[in-house]
Design a binder for this molecule. Structure first.
Ligand code: IVH
Length: 669
């Protein structure tokens, strides 16, 4: 055999053996060679490839780690959007889900598949011509980051497959870190004096964001696949896809199960909840899917979630610990939030030393005292809360907690609106509020000004550069002074200033959210922006007009009116306007509208057969329509379901067009 051929044969042999060892070790958890032998083979392969670089292929095991770091992750558009799941929290929710499916599928029989809901990060893997070609994060569901190089470091992800008929396909699944690996990583971080990670999920997320694949390879990332798509063969069921994943040697979690009805699904959920703590990785529930792909297609999806699947989220995890102190935080709108400082405990993957007590009524209701032992819970969200005082463990000398009368940050008298549970510091210039407002204004979900973190804002306030967020747009005047500050330089100043410039492109709804009006969250800001289209319409809207908008209740209406009736706030708007911020919606938003729906006002009533009210409202709004909570002469359609009450009568009397869900669907088709 000629020398060259011999080398090629050797290279192929080594690659096959290494990849086979990866599969046995990482996917099957049944290693059959020892580490030393593995390392020797990899070393030999590296040496040959170094000598003959022309022999390197993208699916060689040596290519799992790249020599040079990535500069910037490219954008990957997902062929099929990466959706999220709607959540359910108890068996009633599951019954409702089952009823909806039954309704939509008519008389058809159907079957469920249940899987674990891994608490990691969803990724998409594209294989072209049997080779792993592109790996991406979920991102916003439509487009994510190209993290191919990072995903290649995960040894259970095949670099190439033997697909027979299947050569081009997509796999989706979850990247995660095991519980004990997470603890080890944090121990190392502590030793190195570096920041600790909150939980395995954050650790995995932080790792996947690294630009240097060597650093990624050093972290023990794992992968489970739960989705397969190809157009090269026709599949009938989800489980057929899962079987193919197994044949192609992708890691599939063995707990998945086909079930015949919702009762069996409930039993499965209970069983999994029982073993949850024994699993080596974190899960936060069960994913329930309809097995037939034809039925999945028939069920379709609503807004960003499929109707054929649902997540069943487990109950919060609990711990008992001691309240060391109760302190009060001042929020950006002056809200005083009591927070319990706790004896640190480990709960559901992270160490907890603080828990929100929400408000003083809550402290009163639970009668929480400094020195008490309390039960803390972590729900779906990360912030733990106190749910109960362990009265048996209370010592006699503990005194009842009483709310402060003065603001802990500025000392001014606190006020409590009659119909609210919250106390407020009403000093607009309270330093805690000023700081909070600016932090909120620049935050990711608002104006997203990078580089302006909490400590830098503190410095800028101290230096007198900013008194409120409008001053951010005048920061360039202080450019030289900023550069001369300790810890700053030309580059960091430039970064901040260009971040500020970039923020001027943020759409109207983000600007509205950033203003920090009491009770106006992200979603409400979106609704208001869409409904009123520009700031002047919103400023001029009466409380009544505000109340008519769907999801806008009296509290929000009053708060909006209050905000815009103040001279200083109107001045803020003027300043931001002249800085060039957007105060009207982008007209291109209107381009996705449907002519039958555009500018029409709908009122919804009764129970619709398949859509929930929120789903129907979202569709209407997305297509350019408006929804209102009360029927008036201005109403164009009443979308009525079962058990429609007084609104139906009123619509009839006013001669308003009444349509069913079916007719509505025709209208938008
Ligand atoms: S199926 C449209 N299966 O849950 C179907 N997702 O909220 C969506 N997840 O982003 C994916 N385990 O990160 C599916 N067995 C599983 C899952 C799972 C965890 C995550 C995934 C997704 C999120 C949906």
């Amino acid at each position: 055999m000629p020398a060259q051929e011999k080398i090629i044969k050797k290279v192929n042999e080594l690659r096959k053996k290494i990849l086979d060892a990866d599969y046995k070790y990482y996917t099957l958890a049944q290693p059959d060679i020892d580490d030393l032998k593995y390392d020797m083979m990899l070393k030999e392969l590296h040496e040959i490839e170094n000598k003959y670089p022309e022999l390197i292929t993208s699916d060689s095991p040596t290519q799992r780690v790249s020599e040079s770091p990535t500069k910037k992750f490219d954008v990957v558009y997902h062929n099929i959007p990466m959706l999220s799941l709607s959540n359910s929290y108890d068996f009633n929710d599951l019954n409702d889900f089952d009823k909806r499916i039954k309704n939509l599928l008519g008389n058809q029989k159907y079957e469920y598949v249940c899987e674990l809901k891994f608490d990691g990060l969803a990724v998409s893997l594209i294989y072209e011509n049997e080779k792993f070609a592109i790996g991406a994060t979920r991102g916003d569901g439509e487009k994510g980051d190209n993290i191919t190089q990072n995903l290649k470091t995960i040894k259970s992800i095949p670099l190439s497959v033997k697909g027979d008929k299947i050569k081009n396909f997509e796999v989706r699944g979850e990247v995660f870190i095991k519980k004990d690996d997470f603890i080890k990583i944090n121990e190392e971080q502590e030793l190195k004096g570096e920041k600790l990670f909150a939980n395995p999920r954050n650790t995995a997320a932080g790792t996947l964001k690294q630009k240097d694949s060597k650093a990624v390879a050093a972290r023990p990332l794992n992968f489970y696949s739960y989705y397969f798509y190809t157009d090269e063969i026709k599949l009938k069921t989800h489980t057929e896809g899962v079987k193919i994943l197994e044949q192609l040697k992708f890691p599939v979690n063995s707990h998945y199960k086909k079930l015949n009805n919702i009762e069996e699904v409930k039993t499965y959920c209970n069983e999994i909840e029982q073993i949850r703590d024994d699993l080596p990785y974190e899960i936060d529930g069960v994913v329930i899917k309809i097995n037939s792909l034809e039925q999945q297609q028939k069920l379709g999806f609503v807004s960003r979630s499929p109707r054929w699947a649902i997540a069943y989220k487990f109950k919060a995890k609990q711990q008992i610990t001691k309240v060391k102190n109760i302190v009060c935080q001042v929020g950006r709108v002056g809200t005083i939030t009591p927070v319990a400082e706790l004896e640190p405990v480990f709960l559901a993957g992270s160490t907890i030393s603080r828990a929100t007590l929400h408000n003083f009524d809550e402290i009163e209701r639970l009668d929480i005292r400094i020195g008490d032992y309390v039960k803390i819970e972590k729900g779906g969200d990360v912030i733990p809360k106190v749910t109960e005082v362990i009265k048996d463990k209370r010592t006699k000398n503990l005194v009842k907690y009483s709310a402060p009368e003065k603001c802990p940050a500025c000392g001014s008298q606190l006020e409590k609106p009659e119909d609210e549970v919250n106390y407020y510091c009403i000093n607009f210039n309270c330093p805690a509020q000023v700081q909070g407002r600016i932090e909120h204004f620049v935050s990711r979900d608002a104006m997203e000004i990078e580089g302006l973190g909490q400590s830098i804002i503190e410095i800028f306030i101290k230096e007198g550069f900013v008194k409120n967020y409008t001053d951010i747009y005048g920061l360039h005047i202080h450019r030289d002074k900023i550069i001369s500050l300790e810890r700053f330089g030309e580059k960091s100043a430039e970064n901040i200033l260009s971040g500020i410039e970039l923020s001027k492109q943020k759409p109207f709804d983000k600007v509205l959210f950033a203003l920090g009006i009491r009770h106006i969250g992200e979603r409400t800001a979106k609704i208001l922006a869409k409904h009123f289209e520009n700031i002047d319409n919103l400023i001029n809207a009466s409380e009544e007009q505000l109340n008519e908008v769907r999801e806008i209740g009296p509290k929000i209406a009053i708060s909006v009116r209050d905000f815009f009736s103040k001279k200083e706030n109107l001045e803020i708007i003027d300043k931001l306007k002249s800085a060039g911020l957007k105060f009207e919606i982008d007209t291109s938003v209107k381009s996705k509208t449907h002519p039958n729906i555009l500018n029409k006002t709908f009122v919804l009533t009764g129970t619709l057969p398949t859509y929930s009210r929120d789903e129907a409202s979202k569709i209407i709004e997305d297509l350019g329509g408006k929804t209102s909570s009360s029927v008036s002469k201005k109403t164009d359609y009443l979308l009525a379901g079962e058990e429609a009450g007084s609104k139906l009568e009123k619509a009839k009397s006013l001669g308003i067009k009444i349509i069913s869900e079916e007719e509505f669907k025709k209208l938008i088709s």
